[in-house]
Write a protein that binds this ligand. Structure first.
Ligand code: FUL
Length: 697
């Protein structure tokens, strides 16, 4: 009997000890944890992706595989220039498209003739992998490879033989170029291809065809520390979009066995799985341009600084790693526009995190496991990543207060969990003590390796971090507080068809001022509070000002004509969405099918005006086309008699630089305008428009 009681008592004690909240969770892992190599990968945070290959020379995104090696010839290729630009941008590594879907290999592989070996570049003696791996070493960057599983060139693609070829390519890459930190396997597969001349569609089963288990084992055998990227890992997962963001709730955990390349539920990858079985953190891949490859016509569409900053805060700031693609041009160099954008981004990130305010300040807490060096509250601001604040086992609701000697101003909050023992926090808030009470600044969910919050500009002497829920006692290793300067890039101005003008600043906390009389705007001019009506012709000048520092953005000028409220597209007749052409919105577009040229569009301006020019903005979207090349422009009083064209000619460089085109002519009065397209820049069978405008005398 005594023994029985003893046995059941022991089992109760054992059962209690095994309950998640009651283990020695401050010292033991809870759930999946990262490997050493994954930890090192987390710390890289920001890496360059380089799409440079056959597509760079054919102006494509997905080559068919039928290209000729003759087409690859980067006359000025300089991998050191790439490495320098990335190093200066604060990136820690480079991943290169050694082979993209079109199958062209950037190294002299033994597995196929479709490589640099048969290109005119360096008379077939060149090796991009060698040059870039050496540049990486020189600049202290890690080196990674992208090898497309889909190969639209290879005759054996789809058959078992191809898998041996694919693995052999991998073997060459993983043995000849030093340490590889990441191997990137793309899940994309569109089926059709050249396939050695067969020109057909080939279907494979993404789950079974590539024999992933064996392929992954080979990677680990040759490069034990390399991270393997795939839709569902195994080491690093895709984030489920190519726009540059993870969800705010982002677990580094994944029910990995459920995911495979081409998984239809890929949107779940944006958050990971709270109950994930493996540590598979998110990598956020996005391009600095609309396309993954360089296209001259996108030179004016390198992402703006505010956009790149959003990407940074929505990736690195949301427990992910940022893989920013910067595609070199056909010279083999990173284009000057991209270099400039990278410089601005690096400068701003540096400025945002220049001056840390929490280090060494007083920290108190509502709960601590014990006050030993390992767990005490002040571990969060000691700058030692091996120490952390831990609550007692089972306590998953606790606060921590950072008290500043003098009142501070801040707008960035950075927090890190001690992920070596698992990702735990499920809910937390940040508050500031203002005028004798706690004000809520943010209510959030996960933390993970790193979470950065952009908060409203706040003045305080106390900040409270309240962990409201966690899977096990929270372990917080680091908290940092910053006061980031406002982003003072040029404001954006938009005006609708009916004349409503809106001004968007690069930083929501800036004040906006404007003038309509041509004078320079400053803090004494009209303050912009909300969108306003401006129907008549006017010159708008606007500026953003930081009320605290008085710093100013550059001035944005917009010359508005009479608004398009009365305008109507009268030809082609009754075409849905043709009003897109005159709605004041540059980011939507409309096309006229054009089996034969010429093609024309007629607009009724609703009143007679004295015209002296017109503007044509082609479609600005990623898959744009239909660029008018040769044109004629007419003005008419009644829409019937047109007379001679008031302007004719060509939009000379529209293909390479599809920005707004402007043509001026001798003034003519009229109420109707006609833009006639005589030819399309690429013999495309359609003509596209984002916007048509006029210039009046
Ligand atoms: C996609 C590919 O199809 C794109 O071309 C690009 O390589 C991107 C990173 O992944 O799935």
């Amino acid at each position: 009997m005594k023994n029985k009681i003893l046995i059941s008592l022991t089992s109760i004690v054992l059962a209690i000890a095994l309950l998640p909240g009651n283990q020695l969770n401050a010292q033991k892992a809870f759930g999946p944890v990262p490997s050493e190599a994954q930890l090192a990968w987390h710390e890289m945070e920001f890496t360059a992706f380089v799409h440079f290959n056959m597509n760079t020379f054919t102006d494509m995104e997905w080559g068919t595989g039928g290209e000729s090696p003759e087409q690859f010839n980067p006359a000025e290729l300089d991998c050191r220039q790439w490495a320098r630009a990335f190093k200066d941008a604060g990136m820690k590594g480079i991943i290169l498209t050694a082979k993209h879907h079109d199958g062209f290999c950037l190294w002299p592989t033994k597995t196929t003739k479709h490589s640099v070996k048969n290109s005119p570049w360096k008379n077939g003696k060149g090796d991009v992998l060698k040059e870039l791996s050496e540049a990486c070493k020189e600049y202290g960057l890690k080196f990674g490879i992208y090898l497309s599983p889909w190969d639209r060139n290879n005759a054996n693609y789809g058959k078992p033989e191809y898998i041996n070829i694919f693995r052999e390519q991998l073997r060459e890459l993983l043995t000849n170029y030093g340490d590889i930190f990441e191997v990137w396997f793309d899940g994309a597969n569109g089926g059709s291809g050249y396939y050695g001349g067969a020109n057909e569609k080939r279907k494979i089963d993404g789950r079974t065809y590539y024999g992933w288990d064996e392929t992954w084992a080979m990677v680990k055998e040759l490069q034990p520390d390399a991270m393997i990227f795939g839709d569902g890992g195994p080491d690093v997962r895709w984030v489920g979009n190519e726009e540059g963001w993870a969800n705010k709730t982002n677990w580094s955990l994944l029910r990995r066995e459920e995911v495979w390349p081409g998984w239809p539920d890929y949107k779940q990858l944006r958050s990971g799985h709270e109950d994930g079985t493996h540590w598979v953190p998110a990598e956020i891949d996005v391009s600095i341009r609309p396309g993954w490859y360089y296209h001259k016509k996108e030179d004016h569409r390198v992402k703006s600084l505010p956009h790149l900053l959003d990407i940074y805060y929505h990736s690195v700031g949301r427990n992910g790693a940022l893989l920013l693609n910067v595609p070199p041009d056909a010279r083999g160099l990173i284009h000057e526009n991209d270099v400039k954008a990278l410089k601005e981004l690096a400068y701003t990130i540096k400025a945002d995190f220049a001056n840390e305010l929490a280090k060494g300040q007083k920290v108190t807490t509502t709960n601590v496991r014990d006050n030993t060096a390992k767990y005490k509250a002040t571990n969060v601001n000691d700058r030692n990543k091996e120490t952390y604040w831990a609550t007692a086992d089972g306590v998953t609701d606790a606060s921590l207060i950072i008290e500043f000697e003098k009142s501070i101003e801040f707008n960035r909050f950075l927090i890190q969990e001690y992920i070596k023992l698992g990702q735990r926090v499920q809910k937390f808030t940040v508050e500031a003590f203002i005028k004798d009470k706690w004000e809520l600044l943010a209510e959030e969910t996960t933390i993970g390796y790193k979470r950065i919050l952009r908060l409203p500009h706040t003045k305080t002497n106390k900040i409270r971090i309240h962990i409201k829920d966690a899977k096990a006692c929270p372990l917080i290793s680091n908290i940092e507080i910053y006061h980031a300067p406002k982003v003072l890039t040029i404001p954006q101005v938009q005006r609708t068809k009916s004349g409503k003008v809106s001004i968007t600043p690069s930083d929501t906390e800036l004040d906006i001022y404007y003038t309509l009389d041509g004078s320079v705007p400053d803090a004494n001019k009209i303050k912009y509070e909300e969108a306003f009506l401006l129907k008549e012709k006017a010159k708008l000048k606007t500026i953003c000002i930081d009320a605290n520092t008085k710093s100013k953005s550059p001035v944005k000028s917009a010359n508005f004509e009479v608004c398009k409220e009365k305008w109507q597209v009268v030809y082609p007749k009754k075409q849905k969405k043709s009003n897109t052409v005159i709605d004041g919105n540059n980011s939507n577009s409309w096309y006229i099918k054009a089996k034969k040229m010429p093609v024309e569009i007629i607009i009724d301006l609703g009143e007679e005006l004295e015209l002296s020019g017109f503007t044509y903005l082609p479609d600005q979207s990623r898959w744009a086309g239909g660029y008018i090349f040769n044109y004629e422009f007419y003005v008419s009083v009644d829409g019937e008699k047109w007379g001679k064209a008031v302007s004719e000619g060509e939009f000379s460089n529209i293909n390479n630089n599809p920005v707004q085109q402007q043509k001026n002519f001798d003034a003519k009065k009229g109420r109707y305008i006609k833009l006639k397209a005589l030819s399309e820049a690429n013999n495309d069978k359609r003509i596209g428009f984002a916007e048509i405008g006029i210039i009046t005398k």
